[in-house]
Unconditional design. Structure first.
Length: 228
């Protein structure tokens, strides 16, 4: 772990290495800067490692595809997609400029130039959202963590999927309460979803990509698309 102090923030670089489970020796290491100042604390969440593993496993489908990450924070899944050849746009709340700064810092740490960072606040149909180009994949890790925001997230996703009807929303979330559900909201916004079992992409482990973050957390993965 490298520790560096920028002009006003204490930043630690965390490395994640994604490998083939069998066969080839292919691997990818990315570095994600985490801000240590608790006031601005922004770090990789367990769900992000799982989603990044899914991106890595499906990297062959993502070359030259346009990928947008919502609520990206330090942007591990988006950075992995960009390193695997996708044209990536990162986004976080327009009201949280420090989160957007985290997106930019993660790009810089991985030598990624030309990755756009947008302020997309969930539920707001802003000019930046309206002018997002046609997408193939939308990523969102741990964006379903505050029940009062669930519908706003889904409104943004539904808007983007209507603009890019073939796109899919790949999302992971940490199970924090047994009684929350997005099922009714998906129905309301005419979306459908399938659950992706973690063993299908070797993510059902406590240690992933060299990180112990998944640990004992229960993380789920869904693919959401426009309803038929
Ligand atoms: C639990 S963190 C997950 C961060 C990152 N996706 C990960 O998994 O490591 C939630 C993220 O959503 C962003 N966020 C919170 N409220 C938001 C909103 N209303 N619109 C857009 N992004 C928001 C936060 O800034 C933060 O980056």
């Amino acid at each position: 772990m490298d520790k560096s102090t920028t002009s006003h923030l204490d930043v630690v670089l965390k490395s994640f290495t994604f490998e083939e489970s069998e066969g080839t020796q292919e691997s990818l290491t990315v570095s994600i800067p985490e801000v240590l100042d608790p006031q601005y604390g922004m770090y990789v969440w367990p769900s992000a490692v799982v989603l990044a593993q899914y991106v890595w496993t499906h990297r062959g489908e993502l070359v030259d595809k346009t990928v947008l990450e919502l609520g990206a924070g330090v942007s591990l899944p988006g950075v992995v997609a960009a390193r695997c050849g996708s044209s990536v746009i990162l986004s976080d709340s327009a009201r949280l400029p420090l989160s957007m700064e985290n997106c930019r810092r993660s790009c810089a740490a991985n030598g990624l130039e030309g990755v756009r960072v947008l302020g997309l606040t969930w539920g707001e149909i802003s000019p930046d959202l309206v002018f997002v180009p046609a997408l193939d994949v939308i990523l969102g890790s741990d964006v379903f963590y505050e029940p009062e925001d669930f519908e706003d997230v889904i409104v943004s996703v539904a808007f983007l999927l209507k603009k890019s009807p073939k796109a899919e929303f790949w999302t992971t979330y940490q199970e924090r309460s047994a009684d929350w559900s997005i099922e009714a909201l998906l129905h309301k916004w005419k979306l459908q979803c399938v659950s992706v079992p973690l063993p299908s992409f070797n993510a059902n482990v406590a240690q992933l990509a060299g990180s112990t973050l998944p640990g004992r957390h229960t993380v789920q993965m869904l693919i959401i698309s426009l309803g038929k």
